[in-house]
Design a binder for this molecule. Sequence first.
Ligand code: ADE
Length: 231
Amino acid sequence: MEVDVFTLFPEWFEWFRTQRHIANAVAGGSTLNCVSYRDHTPLTGGQVDDTPFGGGAGMVLRVDVVDAALRAHYDCDPVTLSESRRVVALTPGGRMLDEELVNELASEPSLTLLCGRYEGFDERIIEHLATDSISIGRYVLAGGELAAMVVCDAVMRKLPGALGHEDSVMEESFSAALGGAPEYPHYTRPAQYREWGVPEVLLSGHHERIKEWRFEQSRQRGDAARERPLP
Ligand code: ADE
């Protein structure tokens, strides 16, 4: 998978790229590139944003700047880009990231992530240049970079070789193997710590019973999550 992140802070991703699962995915043939809006801005002095029409606080990322950065990187009219790849604007009000969306994105051959800053994007970026707008939660971050990392982390760990052992994505929270429910609880040594023990079944060596217990725990957690009242 080819992932391109458009940002004002490409250096933020240098550390992120060194994380084991990201590095593994890259070693497995995926790419994670960062493109700086500032490197392609048609405006003087590296300007990328402007005051909002109609007044109000904050600055808005300009549509001509994002258009120029996409055009320079992909060497085409960005409006036609959507035919060949998902172009995601990261916004607090977008489609909420969940396991279904992560799987959808992980099945794409390529992905472009647009990070906003300040008050966010000129709406024409979302309307005409992006194919999707995605939120990692209903709260406002100072910019889209951390949200882009969350998307990359969740998506790239699904890619071949990212985790080293493929079983770990097969039977994890929200996977099809668990019927979309959260994962069952895990325990490791010591079997007894203070007065806290481990469910007997896990120490029994009885694989069939362990499997049934885990599935049941996962189902109960799913039920509990569904019943939890919304705040
Ligand atoms: N940019 C700022 N806040 C965000 C959020 N919650 N999700 C995605 N992008 C964002």
